[in-house]
Structure formats: structure tokens, C-alpha cells
Write a protein that binds this ligand. Sequence first.
Ligand code: SF4
Length: 242
Amino acid sequence: MNLYRGCTHNCVYCDGRSEGYYVDGEFGEDVTVKVNAIEILNRELNPKRKRTPFKRSYMMPGGGVGDSYQPLEKKYQLTRKALQLICEYNFPVHMLTKSALIQRDIDILKRINEKNRAIVSFSFSSVDDDISAIFEPGVPSPTERLKTLAVFKHEGIACGMFLLPVIPFITDTPELIEEAVRKASEVGIDFIIFGGMTLKEGKQKDYFFDVLKKHYPERITEYQMIYAGDKWGQHQANITIL
Ligand code: SF4
């Protein structure tokens, strides 16, 4: 569920920046707000208004091209209102964010959890605060994200870590992966999902390479070799870098 299109969190690797997602304006600055989303969601979730009611499965109000808890959510509260409907219509929910603002909605998430189950997940590219400051400039540090997850765990809500994307040659080292698993385990996180990074040709790749050149110029050659223009932005496997 993308309640917002675009994201001022402005993560350097975000694939929402890619032309293929048709996000209007300047990614990282402009955001489209779906102001009628709650009205439509109410219509879709109401079983009396549907010939074939929705199968009761997890709702995910965590957008792929915009974090549901980015700063604009403080004003528009679309995520909070969506959660209220999800609670009212008795669906379970799985939240995915990078923002501590989710703590504002702990009351509704606890209610959903008691009735049907709620899961709260945060995404990380690593648990290193310094690397995160380069690649995730607009969100709380990994340390803060882990602290927020601990609050939800304390309330009996299942929590997940999406270690996604791990950034090749930068956050995919055995040491950083082990540190992420250890810190997740200290907080009592219930599951970890790993995933690699895609870089599609065009705006997404160009933006990423600009930041790479500034902070990790020694990595440019390796990146040019593994991100060689695949249609879906996948890196090429089985390349030996000498
Ligand atoms: S928080 Fe998510 S949607 Fe927003 S910029 Fe970062 S990766 Fe993209």
C-alpha cells in the first residue's frame, strides 16, 4: 500500500528513484499524497460493499516508493487512519518502515495485535550508524531503529529486521552481517530477511554512483563490473575481482 509516492527519507539506493516507477517530481524532495486513499480503503475493506470480500490476510501499509512514516505523515496521518480501518475490519497487519514515528501508533498496533496479530519490521542496510548516515541520510540511525523495535517487542508485538538492501562491498562483509544478527538477537527480533541491492540504469544508478564516487571512490570499478546494465538492475554474480 503506497499511501505516499516519493519519499523525503531519500535513501541513496532507493529504487523509487528509478524512472520505471513513475514517481512524479524530484525524488527525495517531492511527494504525492493520496488524499482520498482512506475513503477508497474503507470502500475496499468493507465486506458489505464487496461482492467477493477480501481474503483475510496481512495488510502491509509500508510502501515501496515511499515510507508510510516519512515526515509528511505527521500532517496527513494517512497511515494512522489506514491502521484504524484495518483494526475495525479485523485484518492482521505487517508494518515496514525506517522511521521511529511508528511509535505514535503503538496504541492501534497493540489493539490489532490483540485481535488479529501485528508485526513490526524495520529495514536496515547495516547496523553501522556511520555508513547509514551516508546512504540513509533522512532516517533515524540503526541504533535508534533497534531501540524502537525493542519498544514494540516489550509490548508483545512480533518484530522483524529486513536487512535489505545489503550494499555490495560496503555492508555485506561477514563482520557487519554478524553484527546485525547479533544486535537483532539482543533486541529479541523474531526474524531477519536478507536481500541484495538492485541499481536500475538511469536516475537510480546515476544518483548512487555520485555518492559512491564521493565516499567510496575505490569501489567504482567493482560497481561498474557487477552493475553492468541488467534490465532489472540486478548485479551480475560469479565475477572474480582481482
Ligand atoms: S525509506 Fe524506503 S521508500 Fe523511503 S527513500 Fe528510503 S528506501 Fe526509499
